[in-house]
Design a protein around this ligand. Sequence first.
Ligand SMILES: *Cc1c(COP(=O)(O)O)cnc(C)c1O
Length: 394
Amino acid sequence: MSPSPAATPVPFLNFASMIRELRPDLDAAYARVMDSGRFLLGPELEQFETEFAAACDVRHCIGVASGLDALQLSLRVLDIGPGDEVLVPAHTFIATFLAVSQVGARPVPVDVSPRGFNLDPERLEAACTPRTRAIIPVHLYGEPADMPAIQHFAARRGLHVLEDAAQAHGARVAGRIVGGWGGLAAFSFYPGKNLGAFGDGGAVTTNDARLAERLRALRNYGGVRKYEHLELGFNSRLGELQAAFLRVRLACLPEWNQRRRKRAVAYASALTGLAELDCPTPSPATDPVWHLYVVCHPHRDCLRHWLQQRGIDTLVHYPLPPHRTPAYAGLNPLDFPRAQQLAETVVSLPMGPHLSPDELRRVADAVAEFCAGHAAHSQGFCRALAKAAVPHHA
Ligand SMILES: *Cc1c(COP(=O)(O)O)cnc(C)c1O
């Protein structure tokens, strides 16, 4: 059961191939910005905002400095602040919680659906108090949350809905693309996202012209025109260079998402039914964009070790629910069994538009071999594996 040491590594996400494919267009974008002499709030940003709004089927897009800022500024224009509570999924990246804390409100975690990775709409009612003002559903791993149910609940309760779409550019639920379901949606263009910049970036999408106008002011010192400060603002702009690069990435987003879907299908057919392994089973009402391909195994760390020995990179999204991190030690320490179970068992396999069929086959074979060996020998298998441990970078 020793791995072959000569195996070529399988990277988690292949940036080199990604850039190779786009290089001529990225170079042209770079040259366009340098020749323009405009670096902030110029024509590239305006064009990108128009193109991204169209791609999300919404009227307005406001580029900002990061996904976290997109969330935080959205909460501000909804006038959410101290004394308010915002419902967030208990299983998410910490940014969803941090945005709420940054405006002085309190994130209230809601557990995840028994099957799946997203907020359970059935649990919203129990988490509501008279202070609840908004819900932030997260489309985690590229699979949309149950937006029809969440919208229905929010409308009945008079709550705002802010989508955290940082992992789901182009995903659909009930036939409709994410970004226009709630009043506002926040996107991240962190390099590893499905639509990534070459540095930080983010955007808010909305159909509400008044909220859009206020966001444009808030991101730019509180005013749209220079030295006109209507309210206490921020410096949170999406630069021209990043906007120009993002236009290149946006043009191939549909095709690259399609390649991810194909790889998810291939993974599912190779991994479904393996002992002790849970594969993602998105609701048929959704069309996910597979930002990550996340499986669950009760001995996740042992599986990761096995794959690492075979040169296969994996990651864990995320090893601790945000409310269990030291940063949130003061938060109500309620138990969220499903979120806890996910934190202990999830592992993200290599996934991306440039993962080759051969690489995917190697990952799937290694996972299958592990599952068979582990099921046969259980704990002893992990102990033997730890003893036989070889350095990852010989
Ligand atoms: C990446 C991410 C964010 C934050 O985006 P940044 O651009 O890194 O600030 C927020 N929420 C989720 C779910 C994310 O994955």
